[in-house]
Design a binder for this molecule. Structure first.
Ligand SMILES: Cc1ncc(COP(=O)(O)O)c(C=O)c1O
Length: 437
């Protein structure tokens, strides 16, 4: 038996005979009882299938592709191990992400370190840990990194992050490839030309290639081809100055489905547009085909994760709105408050109830009126104690979570073929004051 929103939930999600939601062969209502709520449930098979899909769809079109999981979307030791086992590289953006991945046995040599303002301490840590590539984002970093590498008598592999002035039409907070952003060396302003020349002349830096990232989530294909076209045209003349483009990265940003009526393009469509444009431009301009590095984050883990909450207070304001308050909210998912992001929701213990639907608003428990997770959703009549499941919650929810109002962060459970395992325990009140001195 299936249900309306099934394509937003982890692969293989089903209805049980009792009319409850199962994910990874586990009944969500049982998981809620066993581990408590709010709870984040990740389906291991979905994560692995997405990783394999990216590898297959890209390498079948362009053999020399590396898939680097953007760990900012969701990182735990278990996640780093899965990425490693699937043969992915890792896109990291802080010393903390490097450290967490190393502690899970992820080789630093397969990490690409991004960020618009890496601190000196982070750069030293990355260099000394043997991080394979540092994606340099500004002149201060370019100077500092060359000095750090020189004083250690090493040559550090780098890419330069360029900003190609291509608008990927994402939310204003998540567009990163236009002129007016903090990221990267702008082509339009001319600073990328200075940066490429400086990098080529830096004795302790090995400029392996060029990177850009347009934003996230990108539902259109055209921005990728437009940016590849622009950037390769721009780079061609630098070959006479010594640029050897061995690596090329158009970043990540591949969309996932959040709402039933807004399906993303399939991975194969992104793969087709990126690889065909890269091959076309390299052939046209006489470049040897570089290693292609893609950086999916959201699209690897987004669908795999389900947020699970318990209904508490229900406040009905006649003719205005019914607020149904949950035991989590903006502390574990800031995206609706930050970006106006929309989600679907189901009642995990009433999946087959199709009478008495009402339009309600699912609110969080945090002290902000803007702490709304899902506005105006049609659900069966709710009672306190019902279990709400929000799909597409695997990316940028826990990763951006906070202890606002001194609420402990939720536990995280990995499910697979009918078994469940805690991969991150629920925070305790003790954890909340553990750093106070
Ligand atoms: C440089 C870079 N690569 C990859 C990503 C991952 O984006 P997504 O999770 O949408 O694939 C990001 C996200 O911010 C990024 O900044």
């Amino acid at each position: 038996m299936t249900f309306d929103n099934v394509s937003l939930f982890p692969m293989g999600s089903k209805l049980s005979e009792n009319g409850t939601l199962t994910v990874g062969g586990c009944d969500i209502t049982n998981l809620a009882q066993k581990y408590g709520t709010p709870l984040y449930v990740y389906d291991e098979n979905t994560i692995r299938t997405m990783a394999k899909t990216f590898v297959k769809e890209f390498t079948s079109r362009y053999e020399s592709t590396v898939v680097a999981y953007a760990s900012k979307a969701f990182l735990t030791k278990a996640m780093a191990r899965i990425a490693n086992e699937e043969g992915l590289s890792l896109d990291v953006v802080s010393g903390g992400e490097i450290s967490a991945a190393i502690s899970a046995g992820f080789p630093a040599s397969r990490m690409d370190f991004h960020g618009n303002n890496k601190t000196p301490e982070e750069l030293i840590y990355a260099v000394e840990s043997g991080v394979g590539t540092i994606v340099v984002d500004g002149f201060h970093e370019l100077n500092l990194l060359n000095q750090l590498a020189s004083s250690r008598e090493i040559v550090q592999g780098i890419m330069l992050r360029l900003s190609p002035s291509v608008d990927a039409h994402t939310h204003g907070h998540t567009t990163t490839g236009i002129l007016d952003v903090k990221f990267g060396f702008s082509i339009e302003s001319g600073e990328s030309t200075t940066a490429i020349r400086q990098a080529l002349g830096s004795t302790n830096l090995d400029l392996k290639g060029i990177h850009f990232h347009l934003g996230s989530p990108i539902f259109e294909l055209e921005p990728y081809s437009q940016a590849i076209d622009t950037v390769l045209d721009y780079l061609a003349p630098f070959r006479s100055e010594g640029l050897n483009l061995r690596e090329f990265s158009p970043g990540g940003g591949f969309a996932i489905g959040y709402m039933r009526n807004q399906p993303p393009p399939p991975i194969s469509a992104y793969a087709e547009v990126i690889t065909s444009m890269l091959i076309k431009k390299c052939t046209q301009l006489g470049f040897d085909l570089p290693k292609l590095i893609i950086e999916p984050g959201r699209s690897i883990v987004g669908r795999a994760g389900v947020a699970v909450y318990t209904v508490g207070v229900i406040k009905d304001i006649p003719t205005v709105r019914t607020y149904v308050s949950l035991d989590g909210g903006m502390g574990d998912n800031i995206r609706p408050a930050l970006y106006g992001s929309e989600y679907e929701a189901v009642v995990a213990n009433k999946m087959t109830v199709d009478t008495g639907h009402e339009i309600v608003t699912l609110a969080g428990k945090y002290c902000e009126s803007g702490d709304i997770l899902v506005k105006d959703v049609s659900l069966p009549t709710l009672e306190s104690g019902d279990i709400i499941a929000i799909p597409s919650s695997g990316a940028y929810c826990l990763a951006m979570s906070s202890n606002y109002n001194m609420n402990p962060r939720p536990a995280v459970v990995m499910v697979k073929d009918g078994t469940s395992q805690i991969i991150r325990r629920r925070e305790t009140y003790q954890d909340l004051i553990a750093l106070d001195v």
